[in-house]
Design a protein around this ligand. Structure first.
Ligand code: CR6
Length: 834
C-alpha cells in the first residue's frame, strides 16, 4: 500500500481523481471501449479499462502541455534513440498522476486486485538493456523537471525476444507485445512522412541557372508516428515519445497490380513494413546489416522531417532551427541525422552549405556509451552508398572540410588525418559513425567519469585534442519514481514516514536518513522490509522453478545482459569454489547464500549462451547435492525484463557489479540495486567508482585490478595460465568444469569457454579471481552481523542522491542543451465548441 501523503491529489482535473470518479470511468471504459460486460470480461479487459481510465487523465495534461509549448514556441530537446525500454506504463502513470491509492481502492471495491491488473501489462521491450532503459529514465526526468522534450524512436513490432530456458540453454521466442493492443499510444497518420532509399543522385542546373541536387530513390518507405504521452511526477507536464512505424506508401504497387503481378505488389508492401519489424537483439552494434542501417535512416529522417514540420506550424524560419531544437544522439545509432539534416536544409530547403553546417553543428550533441571496439559502428562504403547515395556525397563533403581543419591545426601529420577521417581507408573502406557524430556535434559526452576520461585519453583522443571544449562527462542516473516508489512501496513508505516525501523529486534529501542509521527500531523496520521482499521473491521462485530458497540467506544477485566483460562466469567460479570447499569439508561453517542470475544473451553470441548453460549446469548440481544442505542455492531467472527487474532489485542484499575495469561505460543496474538497499560488490569500473565515492569506501565491497593495472598487464603480457598453476582453488574450480562434472561427464561442453580463459582470458578473470573470492568472503562475514549490514544498507540508500536521472538531466540542460523548464497549468478545459 502506498501512503496517502506520498501522492497528492491532482488539482483542476477535468476527469476527477476520487475513487468514485475512477470507478465510474472504469466501468464506462469496460462497456464502451472494450465492449464487455463483467461476466465476459477477461483480466486483460480489466487492465485495458483501467488503462484507458488513466489515459484520459494523461491526455488532459498532454493537450495542455502541447498547447503551452506551441504558444510559447518553447525550445525543445529531441532525444533520438534507436531504443526506448519503457517498461510497463500503468503503474508508473498511476504514481506520476498521484492516484495510485485511489485506483487501488477503486478496483478493490469492484472486486479486482490492482497487482494482478499491473501484471497483465505486456511491456514494450523496445530496447536491449542499459542504453534503452537510460533513454526511458531520461524521458521520465525531463517530464518531471518540466523540460520541453520529444523522444524519437522506432515502434518495433517485435521487441527484444522472450527468453526461455530449455535443458539449461537459452531459447528465443518472438515478443508479440502488440498482440492485445496498446492503450498508451495514439497513431497520427496525418503526420506521416516519406523516407527515400537507394537509387541515384542527379546534379543539375535549373531553369534559373541554379545548381540543384535531386535524389531519385529506388524505393520510398512511409513512416507513421505513434505518440505515447510521458507524464512527469507531480507535474502537469506530459511530453511525447513519438515512435515511427514503417508502411508502404501505397498499399499496392499499381503498376505491378495492373500488369497482373498481385503477389509482387503485396511483396513490396511487406518489404517496406520489414523496416520497423524487429529490434536487433545485440547490445553492441550489428555491423554491415543493411536492414539495421535502413532502420537508422528511417527513424532519423522521419524525426527530422517532423521537427521541420513543427517549425512550419509554429511559423519559425529554418535559419532558427538550432534555437528551437537541440538534438541529443543516444550513441551513434542516430548519427546519420547529421548528414540527413544537411540534406534536408541544403537539397530540399535550398540553404547554403556553410549556413546549414553551422546550424547542424549547433543542433547536435552526441553521447558515447561504449569503448568496446567491436561496438563502435562503421558501415562499409559499398553498402552505405547503395542505400544512401546522397548521404555518402554529403559525408565526403563534410570530411573534405573537416580534414582541411585538421590540417590547419596539425600541419604535416598525415597519420592523424588517416586516424580521424570520417572514412576508414586502412583496408576495406568504412564510414566511421562516431567520427561523424564528433564532427557534426557541439557537445560530446561519456556516461561516467572514468568512461569520459577513457574517451578523452584513448578512443576519441584525437578529437579531444582538436575540440577539447566539446567534451564533458554526464554520469548516468535512474528514475527513483519507477525504481523505488513504484517497485518498492514498502521501503518508500518507511523512508517517507521519517523524512517526508520530498526525496522522490529531490533525491539528495535521502541524506536525512543518516540521522536514523543508529535507530534500532528503524533498523528493525528496514530489515523486516528487506526480509519480506526476499520472501516474496522466494515464493515466486518456488512457483516458477520448484526451487526452495531461504529468505534468511544472503541474496546475491547479478542481473544484466550476459556478456564476457560483465563476467558472470567469474561469479560462477566463486560458486564452484564454495561448493568445492563444502565437498572437501561438509561441516564447513559458511554463510548461507542464494545466487540469482538474470539476463539475456544476444542470440548470435555463442560464448554468452554457453555462460547461461554453465550457470544452469552448476545450479543443477549444487541445488541437488545433499552435502550442500541448502547452504548455497543457484537460480537462473529467465526472461529478465523491466517488469521483472522491478521485483528483483528490491530483494537484493548484494549487487554484483564485477566487470573488468575499464569495460563497463557506466552501468545503471548498479544504481537501482543500491537505491533499494543492496550493498555492492564491485570493481573500479563505470559508475561503481562514483557510487563508492558517494556511499563511502567502508560501505562498498571493492576488489580487483584497476583500469590502469589492466592496461599495464595487457602491455606487459598477461599469462592467465600462471594463475591457474599457482592458485589451487582456482585450479580446482576450473578442473571441476573441465572434467565434465557439471555436464553429465561430457568434458567437451564447456571447452570453448575454458579455452578462452587459458589462452587469452581477455577479461582478466584469473587475475581477479583471488581478490573476488576474498571480497566475497568479507561480505559473507559482514552479513552475519545483521545490524552492521543494515547500517551499511541504510547509508547506501541515504547517499544515492547523485544517481537520480533528475541530476543527469539537470546537467544536460545546463551544460549542453541550454533549456529551461516551462510550467504547464491545467487550464485548457474541454472546448464547448470549435
Ligand atoms: N550496454 C553501456 O555498456 C551503460 C549504458 C547506458 C551501454 C552501459 O555501461 O550504462 O550503455 N552501452 O549508458 C551501449 O549500449 C552501447 C549498454 O547499455
Amino acid at each position: 500500500m502506498q501512503t496517502q501523503d506520498t501522492h497528492k491529489q491532482p488539482e483542476n482535473d477535468l476527469n476527477g481523481s476520487s475513487v468514485a470518479d475512477l470507478k465510474r470511468d472504469f466501468l464506462n471504459k469496460l462497456f464502451y471501449v472494450q465492449g464487455k460486460f463483467p461476466a465476459l470480461a477477461s483480466l486483460n479487459d480489466y487492465y485495458m479499462a483501467l488503462s484507458y481510465t488513466v489515459r484520459d487523465r494523461l491526455l488532459e495534461r498532454w493537450i495542455n502541455t502541447a498547447a503551452i509549448y506551441t504558444d510559447s514556441g518553447a525550445r525543445t530537446i529531441c532525444y533520438l534513440s534507436a531504443e526506448f525500454l519503457m517498461g510497463p506504463q500503468l503503474g508508473n502513470n498511476l504514481i506520476n498522476l498521484g492516484i495510485y491509492d485511489q485506483a487501488q481502492q477503486a478496483v478493490e471495491e469492484l472486486g479486482l486486485d490492482l497487482d494482478a491488473l499491473l501484471e497483465q501489462e505486456e511491456e514494450p521491450g523496445l530496447g536491449n538493456g542499459g542504453l534503452g532503459r537510460l533513454a526511458a529514465c531520461y524521458l521520465d526526468s525531463m517530464a518531471t523537471l518540466e523540460i520541453p522534450s520529444i523522444g524519437y524512436g522506432i515502434r518495433y513490432e517485435f521487441g527484444i525476444f522472450e527468453q526461455d530456458i530449455r535443458d539449461g540453454w537459452q531459447v528465443e521466442r518472438t515478443d508479440k507485445w502488440l498482440r492485445f493492443g496498446n492503450p498508451w499510444e495514439i497513431s497520427r497518420p496525418e503526420w506521416a512522412v516519406e523516407v527515400k532509399l537507394g537509387g541515384h543522385v542527379d546534379h543539375y542546373t535549373d531553369e534559373q541557372g541554379r545548381y540543384r541536387v535531386r535524389w531519385i530513390p529506388y524505393e520510398v518507405v512511409k513512416g507513421v508516428p505513434y505518440d505515447n504521452p510521458i507524464l512527469g511526477y507531480k507535474t502537469n507536464t506530459a511530453n511525447t515519445l513519438r515512435l515511427w512505424t514503417a508502411e508502404a506508401p501505397e498499399s499496392f504497387d499499381f503498376a505491378a497490380f495492373n500488369s497482373g503481378n498481385y503477389a509482387g505488389a503485396v511483396h513490396k508492401k511487406m518489404v517496406s513494413e520489414n523496416v520497423s519489424k524487429v529490434l536487433y537483439p545485440n547490445d553492441d552494434s550489428d555491423r554491415g546489416k543493411r536492414l539495421r542501417l535502413t532502420q537508422q535512416i528511417f527513424f532519423v529522417s522521419c524525426s527530422l522531417q517532423d521537427t521541420i514540420r513543427i517549425m512550419q506550424v509554429q511559423d519559425l524560419p529554418l535559419a532558427k532551427f538550432h534555437e528551437k531544437f537541440v538534438i541529443q544522439l543516444n550513441d551513434t545509432h542516430p548519427a546519420i541525422s547529421i548528414a540527413e539534416l544537411m540534406r534536408l536544409l541544403v537539397d530540399e530547403h535550398y540553404m547554403k552549405w556553410d549556413q546549414a553546417w553551422a546550424i547542424t553543428q549547433r543542433t547536435f550533441a552526441y553521447t558515447n556509451h561504449t569503448i568496446l571496439p567491436e561496438a563502435l559502428e562503421r558501415w562499409p562504403i559499398a553498402l552505405f552508398s547503395s542505400l544512401l547515395p546522397r548521404h555518402m556525397e554529403i559525408i565526403y563533403e563534410i570530411n573534405h572540410h573537416f580534414i582541411d581543419d585538421v590540417r590547419m591545426k596539425f600541419p604535416d601529420d598525415p597519420d592523424r588525418i588517416a586516424r580521424m577521417s570520417l572514412i576508414d581507408e586502412s583496408g576495406e573502406k568504412y564510414v566511421r559513425m562516431a567520427h561523424l557524430a564528433c564532427v557534426g556535434s557541439h557537445a560530446i559526452n561519456g556516461v561516467a567519469a572514468l568512461h569520459t576520461e577513457l574517451l578523452q585519453q584513448d578512443v576519441l583522443s584525437d578529437f579531444y585534442a582538436l575540440y577539447p571544449h566539446k567534451f564533458s562527462n554526464k554520469t548516468n542516473g535512474v528514475t527513483p519514481r519507477r525504481f523505488v516508489v513504484l517497485s518498492n512501496p514498502r521501503l518508500t513508505d518507511l523512508i517517507s514516514s521519517k523524512i517526508g516525501n520530498g526525496w522522490i523529486k529531490h533525491l539528495d534529501e535521502l541524506k536525512k536518513l543518516e540521522a536514523y542509521v543508529d535507530d534500532i527500531e528503524f533498523q528493525q523496520e528496514w530489515q523486516d522490509i528487506k526480509y519480506n521482499l526476499k520472501r516474496d521473491l522466494a515464493n515466486q521462485i518456488v512457483k516458477d522453478y520448484g526451487i526452495n530458497v531461504d529468505p534468511h540467506s544472503l541474496f546475491d544477485i547479478q542481473a544484466k545482459r550476459i556478456h564476457e566483460y560483465k563476467r558472470q562466469h567469474l561469479n560462477v567460479l566463486h560458486i564452484i569454489t564454495l561448493y568445492n570447499r563444502i565437498k572437501a569439508n561438509p561441516d564447513i561453517d559458511i554463510t548461507p547464500q542464494t545466487f540469482l542470475f538474470g539476463g539475456k544473451a544476444a542470440p548470435g553470441y555463442f560464448m554468452a549462451k554457453l555462460i547461461i548453460k554453465l550457470i544452469n549446469s552448476v545450479a543443477d548440481v549444487v541445488n541437488r547435492d545433499p552435502d550442500v544442505r541448502d547452504r548455497i542455492k543457484v537460480v537462473f531467472l529467465k526472461d529478465y525484463s523491466v517488469k521483472f527487474a522491478q521485483h528483483v532489485y528490491p530483494a537484493a542484499d548484494l549487487s554484483e557489479q564485477i566487470s573488468t575495469a575499464g569495460k563497463e561505460a557506466s552501468g545503471t543496474g548498479n544504481m537501482k540495486f543500491a537505491m533499494n538497499g543492496a550493498l555492492t560488490i564491485g570493481t573500479l569500473d563505470g559508475a561503481n567508482i562514483e557510487i563508492r565515492e558517494e556511499v563511502g569506501a567502508e560501505n562498498f565491497f571493492l576488489f580487483g585490478l584497476t583500469e590502469q593495472e589492466v592496461q599495464k598487464m595487457s602491455a606487459d603480457g598477461y599469462s592467465p595460465i600462471d594463475y591457474y598453476h599457482t592458485n589451487l582453488e582456482l585450479k580446482l574450480a576450473i578442473d571441476r568444469i573441465a572434467s565434465g562434472f557439471f555436464s553429465h561427464g561430457d568434458p567437451e561442453l564447456f571447452k570453448p569457454l575454458l579455452h578462452t580463459l587459458f589462452d587469452r582470458d581477455p577479461y582478466f578473470l584469473f587475475a581477479d579471481y583471488q581478490a573476488y573470492i576474498d571480497c566475497q568472503h568479507q561480505a559473507s562475514l559482514v552479513y552475519r552481523d545483521l545490524e552492521r549490514w543494515t547500517r551499511m544498507s541504510i547509508l547506501n540508500v541515504a547517499r544515492m542522491g547523485k544517481f537520480s536521472s533528475d541530476r543527469s538531466i539537470r546537467e544536460y540542460c545546463e551544460d549542453i542543451w541550454h533549456i529551461k523548464p516551462v510550467k504547464v497549468e491545467l487550464n485548457t478545459s474541454m472546448p464547448d465548441n470549435l
